[in-house]
Design a protein around this ligand. Structure first.
Ligand code: ZN
Length: 362
């Protein structure tokens, strides 16, 4: 059946939209695999999927607009603020009277960043010249395309971003020329952008990028709108700081959230649902610490303490995650994929950061 035939058989606009997005996703597999460090050896059609587990369907609400033949989608957030996605990663840019301000440069979007900017600039008769790049945080998966814009742009980031990039010494991520410590308001081409470092969260340097005149907050790698966090609570380095971040995000006035990931923008409701998801998992891990009996694991494994601990914590994690997976399946995409690994990270944080469940020897 051809793509056109199958499109004809899809009734509702939602079905069609999700089908388009899925087709785009399938085509984007090699790019995403490459971002994960993989070498793509097979075409999707000929790949052997025997033995791979099934997961619950992705709710259509998790999917965004279809990407174009080049593999990207560019859309207006509000007025002259735009966002670009490849379906998995997101960047943003402001067109101004003095040129373009780019926010992050994920390598998976790569050269499509300039293509998206060219498309918008030519449609609106404004400059397509990137003059500034603002960094959300130092991670290579969000900045690895920065070098494509050469040495004549001004790069702006947190002072810790600069320190971490000096450490990483990666030519694809030139260090920021301009840094700040707590807050900095940028005035570029008549536009206002408020940067703030409000404590550590996903990384020590992850910042809040607020567009007060565009009703938008860019906060990367905290809430991935429509989806549960990536493996192990998004690999967040500061777990309590990351748990607190959604409340900080919601304390700002905004309508649109650019989360840095997946195929669509976020809303305040998305942020609140994500906040509740984490809160529900925290309730679960605290209950698991109180209610899961360690005795059988230590009785079985004797001197092999790691075996006992592993199986005991696996039982605690499952105890915490199962009801949350049930509640959020159909609400957040991939609840059945990554909730257990996030529950484990939250369990360890509750135990080690908060000291819940630790007992002092009599
Ligand atoms: Zn990151």
């Amino acid at each position: 059946m051809s793509v056109l035939d199958s499109l004809g058989s899809l009734g509702s606009p939602t079905d069609r939209r999700s089908f388009l997005a899925r087709s785009a996703k399938a085509a984007a597999v090699p790019a995403l695999a490459a971002a994960l460090g993989g070498s793509v050896l097979a075409q999707p059609a000929s790949a052997d999927t025997t033995g791979l587990p099934d997961y619950a369907p992705i709710p259509p609400s998790a999917l965004g607009p279809a990407v174009n033949a080049q593999g990207y989608y560019v859309g207006r957030v509000e007025r002259n603020l735009y966002w670009v996605t490849d379906g998995t990663y997101q960047a943003a840019f402001l067109t101004t009277s003095d040129g373009v301000v780019l926010f992050d440069a994920p390598p998976t979007i790569g050269h499509n960043l300039q293509r998206a900017i060219d498309e918008v600039a030519s449609a609106n008769g404004v400059s397509n010249q990137v003059t500034h790049i603002v960094y959300s945080h130092h991670h290579a998966d969000h900045l690895g395309g920065s070098f494509l814009f050469g040495n004549d742009v001004e790069r702006i980031g947190h002072v810790e971003t600069r320190a971490l990039l000096l450490r990483d010494n990666d030519p694809s991520r030139p260090v920021p020329d301009t840094t700040f410590t707590d807050r900095k308001t940028l005035h570029i081409g008549g536009e206002r952008i408020e940067l703030a470092h409000l404590g550590t969260n996903h990384t020590p340097d992850n910042i809040y990028i607020h567009f007060p005149d565009h009703g938008t907050l860019m906060l990367v790698d905290i809430n991935l709108p429509g989806w549960v966090p990536f493996d192990s609570f998004n690999l967040n380095e500061d777990v309590p700081g990351s748990i607190a971040a959604p409340a900080t995000a919601l304390s700002y006035p905004w309508t649109h959230h650019i989360g840095g990931h997946m195929g669509r923008l976020g809303t305040r409701e998305d942020m609140a649902i994500y906040q509740q998801y984490v809160a529900d998992l925290l309730v679960g891990v605290k209950a698991a610490l109180a209610n899961v009996d360690p005795t059988p694991y230590f009785a079985k494994y004797g001197d092999n303490e790691w075996a006992a601990v592993k199986e005991y914590q696996a039982a605690q994690t499952k105890y915490a995650a199962d009801p949350v997976i049930k509640k959020y399946t159909g609400v957040l995409a991939a609840a059945d994929v990554y909730t257990e690994s996030t529950a484990f990270v939250l369990l360890e944080s509750v135990r080690l950061d908060l000291g819940i469940g630790s007992q002092v020897h009599a």
